[in-house]
Ligand binder design. Structure first.
Ligand code: NAD
Length: 392
C-alpha cells in the first residue's frame, strides 16, 4: 500500500512512522524544507534509540526509514491509495491543499484529515469527490498512542469508511468510530476534566495541588488536570476549549475559563514556558496539597461525575457507541476506567443525584443531568450488563 502524508510536523512525522512500520511505502510532503529535514533527523534518532534498547534490529529500523521518501511536490502523491493530511489547523489552507491534491491522485485514493477541531464535512466539501474524504484522528505521539478516531463526514461513502477503518486497524491501532461533531469523542468528553477542575479552583474551594492530588490519589488518574494542562500547554488546551465552545454554537456547557485564558495571554503556557499553573524554574518546589480526605472525595466526585455525564450525553446524541466511548477515554487519554462502566459501578441513581445537587446549587447549563442518565435511573438500567466484561 502506498500512503501519502501531508505535513512533516509533529503529527505528520508520527503518522508516516506508523504507516512505514506497518510495511507501507510512504511519501511525506511539506512546503517547508526545514520541517522535512527535521522530520528525517528525528526519525533517525528514534530508530537509533529503538535499536539501542533492543526493541528493533538494525534491518527493521533501516526498512522503516527506507520506506519513507520525502517530497516537495504534491504531484509525487501519484499512485497513493491513502493520503492523510496533518498540516496547520487552518480550514482555508487545508481546503486549498485538498483541491490541488485531487488532481494528482486516482479516483479511488482515500483522502483523510487529521484535524482535531474542524468539521470533516466542511473539508470534504473542498473535494470534487467528497465521498472519498474522511477524518482519521491520531493522538500525540502517534507512534505510541493506540487510539485513532475514524470520523466519516455526511458525504463519506460506507466503503471508504470501512476501508479506512480496516487500514488503520491493520496498522495495529485501536479504532473507534465517531460522529462528525465538535471534539469527536475524546476532545468532547474530556472537557469537564479541565473545566470543572478550574471551576473548583476559581470558587476558592481548593488550590491546583490539592485538586491534582484528589484526581490522582483518590480518582486514580495518571495526571491531575493542572499538571496535564501544563504538560499539553495552556495555549493549546485553551484553543481546543474555545474551538469546541464556538463549534457547539456557544453552548455554555463548554464555556472556557478566564483563569486559563489569562495564563495563555500571559504566555504562562506550562512546562515548555517554565511557568503555567505551576512554576517549573530551577530551585522551586511544588506546592503541598491539602490532603483532607473529605475535601479530596468531594473534588474527585464532582469532576468524575461531570465526566460521566458528558460521556452519557455523547451516547445520548449518538456520537459513538457505548463501547467506543469507553475505549476512547481509556486508550486515548489513559483514564483509569471507562466512564460509562464507572457510572454503572457508582450507580446511575447516584450520578443523577449528584448532578441534580450541583444544578440545584448553580442553575448553570454544565450541571444539567443528561436526559439519558435520568431515563436510565427511572428504568433501573445500566450501560453494560453486570455479567459483561466492562471496558476498563
Ligand atoms: N499536535 C497534536 O497534539 C495534535 C493531535 C491530533 C491532531 N492534531 C492535528 O494535526 C494537524 C497538524 O498538527 P501538528 O501538531 O503536527 O502541527 P505542526 O505545526 O507540528 O506541523 C504542521 C506542518 O505542516 C506544514 N505545512 C503548513 N502548511 C502546509 C501546506 N500548505 N502544505 C504542506 N505542509 C504544510 C508545516 O510546515 C509544518 O511542518 C492539525 O490539524 C492538528 O489539529 C494535532
Amino acid at each position: 500500500m502506498k500512503v501519502g502524508v501531508i505535513g512533516a510536523g509533529t503529527m505528520g512525522s508520527g503518522i508516516a512512522q506508523v504507516a512505514s512500520t506497518a510495511g507501507c511505502e510512504v511519501v511525506l510532503f511539506d512546503t517547508n524544507r526545514a520541517a522535512i529535514e527535521k522530520s528525517g533527523t528525528k526519525l533517525t534518532k528514534i530508530m537509533a534509540r529503538l535499536v539501542e534498547k533492543g526493541k528493533y534490529d538494525a534491518s527493521k529500523a533501516k526498512g522503516i526509514q527506507d520506506r519513507i521518501s520525502y517530497i516537495t511536490s504534491l504531484a509525487d502523491f501519484k499512485g497513493c491509495d491513502l493520503v492523510i493530511e496533518a498540516i496547520i489547523e487552518n480550514p482555508e489552507i487545508k481546503k486549498k491543499v485538498f483541491s490541488e491534491l485531487e488532481s494528482h491522485v486516482s479516483k479511488e485514493c482515500i483522502i483523510a484529515s487529521n484535524t482535531s477541531s474542524l468539521s470533516i464535512a466542511s473539508l470534504a466539501a473542498a473535494c470534487n469527490n467528497p465521498e472519498r474524504f474522511i477524518g482519521i484522528h491520531f493522538f500525540n505521539p502517534a507512534p505510541l498512542m493506540k487510539l485513532v478516531e475514524i470520523i466519516p463526514a455526511i458525504q463519506t461513502s460506507d466503503d471508504v469508511c470501512r476501508k479506512a477503518k480496516q487500514t488503520i486497524d491493520d496498522w495495529g491501532k485501536l479504532t473507534v468510530l465517531a460522529k462528525d461533531t465538535p471534539g469527536f469523542i475524546v476532545n468532547r468528553v474530556a472537557r469537564p476534566f479541565y473545566s470543572e477542575a478550574i471551576r473548583i479552583y476559581e470558587e476558592g474551594i481548593a488550590d491546583f495541588a490539592t485538586i491534582d492530588w484528589a484526581m490522582t490519589e483518590i480518582a486514580g488518574f495518571r495526571m491531575g488536570p493542572f499538571t496535564l494542562m501544563d504538560f499539553i500547554g495552556n495555549d493549546v488546551n485553551y484553543t481546543v476549549t474555545e474551538t469546541v465552545f464556538k463549534a457547539f454554537f456557544y453552548d455554555p456547557r463548554y464555556k472556557p475559563s478566564f483563569t486559563q485564558k489569562r495564563l495563555a495571554e500571559a504566555g504562562f503556557d506550562g512546562r515548555k514556558a517554565g511557568k503555567g499553573y505551576y512554576d517549573y524554574s530551577e530551585g522551586t518546589t511544588k506546592p503541598e496539597p491539602n490532603k483532607d480526605p473529605m475535601l479530596g472525595s468531594m473534588i474527585a466526585n464532582r469532576i468524575v461525575t461531570r465526566l460521566m455525564n458528558e460521556a452519557a450525553d455523547a451516547l445520548h446524541f449518538n456520537v459513538a457507541t457505548k463501547e467506543d466511548i469507553d475505549l476512547a477515554m481509556t486508550k486515548g487519554v489513559n483514564y483509569p476506567k471507562g466512564l460509562l462502566a464507572w457510572a454503572d459501578e457508582t450507580g446511575i441513581d447516584e450520578i443523577v443525584a449528584r448532578m441534580d445537587t450541583l444544578f440545584e446549587e448553580y442553575r448553570e447549563a454544565q450541571y444539567r443531568c443528561s436526559p439519558l442518565l435520568r431515563k436510565m435511573a427511572r428504568n433501573g438500567e445500566r450501560f453494560f450488563n453486570e455479567s459483561a466484561t466492562t471496558v476498563s
